[in-house]
Ligand binder design. Structure first.
Ligand SMILES: [Zn+2]
Length: 365
């Protein structure tokens, strides 16, 4: 049932054909989880809140950065540095105090995924990385929860609906993921500011239609949105005969997924490093015995000592970290990002790449 304020607020839904009080009650009873709190979420969660979804969950561990403001209209300049989900909760309740909001200051990961989605009827994917998208698919199919997928790239967006029970699933559509070096992201490739707003609204639309039970959804269809020509193309797809979920019914814990790589925009090439090497704080995270074989300078802080040395590093300087092939330095960069460092990079391919591309006279091992 609704109170007087709700009757006024949802008046245009109550008079809407095939929607009415029954449709609004379904929204009020619904629990929707929004994974990610950036550009897609900025429009999606505000429209879901306005529409009267009873419980909105939002999960993200990120803080607002000034570079977000070009498209993440949920935030303003005063929010820079604040936790995104905390600001989101405030904005949602200012818009609609009749609904409930639950926030999770955390990454959505394979440890918490199943437990969190358990509490919701429908999931909305507002993330920006492959790891999260495969994880959402796997967790939703494990718990039989429907989800609405969305993604953006430069001027193009896409959305689709998956019912979480029968295929096709996200893995039927994308059976493999590109190697980390080929994965582009917003920071590197740019994104038209209005695009995530548009895609997020379409995601909210799919959520509302599904809950109320009106219209048809984009199951088995990938809707491509081309903003430059203002065009949408529905691409139909079918269940993959080799899908590890729909066909082979693999368990959530056994499925391979791309690794989460916050560092994607924090990799630099050997040639790039050569040009800036005199202006950065260079750190070698290999072991002392490896250092004796070859080195390109910088301070030696083996990875096993790295965590305890973070406080001695200057967060204001540009830091470049290297190791043998790039794995340990990437781990060190992730550690620094978690500590709030921004201007940190790792040498892609490690010292081996440097030897191949810059100085073949160094000893290889
Ligand atoms: Zn599948």
């Amino acid at each position: 049932m609704f109170n007087d304020s709700e009757y006024k607020r949802y008046a245009r839904h109550f008079t809407l054909q095939n929607f009415g009080v029954t449709g609004q009650q379904k929204l009020k009873n619904a629990k929707v989880l929004c994974i990610g709190c950036g550009g897609l979420a900025s429009s999606a969660i505000m429209y879901l809140a306005a529409a009267g979804i009873g419980l909105l969950g939002v999960i993200d561990d990120d803080v607002v950065d000034e570079s977000n403001l070009q498209r993440q209209v949920l935030f303003n300049i005063n929010d820079v540095g604040s936790k995104k989900v905390e600001i989101a909760k405030k904005r949602i309740l200012e818009l609609n105090p009749n609904i409930q909001v639950k926030t999770y200051v955390s990454k959505f990961n394979d440890t918490n995924a199943l437990e969190i989605i358990e509490n919701y009827d429908l999931i909305i994917d507002c993330t920006d990385n492959f790891y999260a998208k495969y994880l959402i698919n796997d967790a939703c199919f494990e718990r039989k929860k429907p989800f609405v997928y969305g993604s953006i790239f430069q001027f193009e967006g896409q959305i689709s609906f998956f019912n979480g029970k029968t295929g096709p699933c996200f893995r039927c559509l994308f059976d493999s993921w590109p190697p980390p070096g080929l994965i582009a992201n917003c920071a590197e490739e740019g994104v038209l500011g209005v695009l995530p707003g548009l895609v997020g609204i379409l995601q909210a639309l799919e959520v509302i239609k599904y809950i109320v039970g009106i219209g048809s959804n984009s199951l088995s269809k990938l809707i491509l949105i081309d903003t430059l020509n203002l065009d949408t193309t529905p691409l139909e797809f079918v269940q993959s005969k080799t899908c590890p979920i729909c066909i082979d019914k693999n368990q959530f814990k056994d499925l391979p997924r791309p690794t989460f790589n916050k560092c994607e925009s924090h990799a630099i090439s050997a040639i790039h490093l050569k040009n800036i090497i005199n202006n950065v704080t260079l750190i070698d995270v290999r072991n002392p015995d490896e250092r004796q074989i070859c080195e390109i300078g910088g301070k030696l802080i083996p990875l096993y000592n790295f965590k305890s040395s973070v406080k001695s590093l200057d967060a204001k300087s540009t830091i470049v970290i290297y190791c043998k092939s790039g794995a340990r330095s990437q781990e060190a960069v992730n550690l620094l990002l978690e500590e709030g460092f921004k201007d940190v990079f790792f040498l892609q391919g490690g010292i081996l790449a440097w030897i191949n591309e810059i100085n073949p006279n160094l000893s290889k091992y």
